[in-house]
Every structure is written in structure tokens, then in C-alpha cells.
Write a protein that binds this ligand. Structure first.
Ligand SMILES: [Zn+2]
Length: 168
């Protein structure tokens, strides 16, 4: 299951790989940071300030292949410059960056397309006092609304006991 931390790690790893491929001074826009977006149709976006946006629908999904390709696609926009759109120059960079939205990602694409329409964010407070975005959902579920951890029976996320859930 993908977490916000996984998205940040995938971004850092991919950025290092692609900056080894095309040296930093050759990039039209310097990548600055990654953020989440609630966009209703797009998997990701990039802007002229060098910010890469990834749809929050990836959180809680298993679409790791689609996430990887989306990050590569957005970084290709920064490399050639946003103003190039999806022209031939962009496409050759996207090929070099292995940003290939192919048939192999069909199942993940369907899952994310469905998740993008989700209404609520479900947050979980963990034993280590951290609160994380667990997933985005269509409706509120009693399982989480009435959740109370017991001594022998509780949910865990990444090995941490969940203390409480809340919807937003
Ligand atoms: Zn694009």
C-alpha cells in the first residue's frame, strides 16, 4: 500500500536517476519539491516553479508502477520546459526517462481513475503519535468510525498500532 512517504522516496530516487542521465544544468526548470493534488482527472502535474504534483488518490493504492511512470512524465516536463507541452522534444525526453504509460499499467490505471473521484480522506493516528493519510474513500465506514483499539485486537499500519481514525 502506497504512503505519502513512499511517494516522496520514489520521487527522490527517480530524480537522482534522471539527473545522472541529463546533468542538472541542462534542465530548463530545476525540480524543487513534490506535493499532493486533489485534481479530478490528472495523475500528476508540474509547474514553472519546479513543483511536481501527484494525485492524492495514489495514497492507499497499489499503483506503484503508475506512480513511477507519472513521476518520470512530470520530471520530463521540467527537463524540457513546461512550455514545450507534449511536443516531439518532450516525447523524446519522456522516452529517455522511461515514462511509458503502457498496457502493462492498465489495471493500476483503472484503480487510480476510480480513486480520483473519492470524497473523504481517512486519517489514522498511530502509536508513535504520527497521523498519516491512510486512504481516500467514497463513504464513511462503521469499521473506522467506531474503531477502538483493544489489548489483543487492533489494526496496524506499517507495523504501528492504530490509536484512532478520523475522516476529513
Ligand atoms: Zn504531461
Amino acid at each position: 500500500m502506497i504512503t505519502w512517504q513512499d511517494i516522496q522516496q520514489c520521487y527522490q530516487r527517480t530524480l537522482r536517476e534522471l539527473q545522472a542521465l541529463v546533468p542538472t544544468d541542462k534542465w530548463q526548470t530545476q525540480p524543487q519539491l513534490i506535493q499532493l493534488t486533489q485534481h479530478k482527472t490528472k495523475y500528476g502535474m508540474a509547474d514553472i516553479k519546479g513543483v511536481v504534483y501527484i494525485n492524492q488518490a495514489f495514497i492507499g493504492s497499489e499503483a506503484d508502477g503508475l506512480l513511477d511512470v507519472t513521476i518520470r512524465h512530470e520530471l520530463a516536463h521540467l527537463c524540457v520546459g513546461i512550455d514545450q507541452g507534449h511536443n516531439a522534444h518532450f516525447k523524446s525526453c519522456a522516452r529517455l526517462f522511461k515514462a511509458n504509460f503502457g498496457q502493462h499499467l492498465k489495471t493500476q490505471t483503472q484503480a487510480i481513475n476510480e480513486a480520483i473521484g473519492f470524497k473523504y480522506k481517512l486519517f489514522a493516528r498511530l502509536e508513535n503519535q504520527q497521523e498519516i493519510l491512510f486512504k481516500t474513500v467514497h463513504r464513511k465506514h462503521a469499521k473506522y468510525l467506531n474503531y477502538k483499539p483493544k489489548f489483543f485486537s487492533y489494526l496496524t499500519i506499517k507495523g504501528q498500532k492504530v490509536l484512532s481514525f478520523r475522516y476529513e
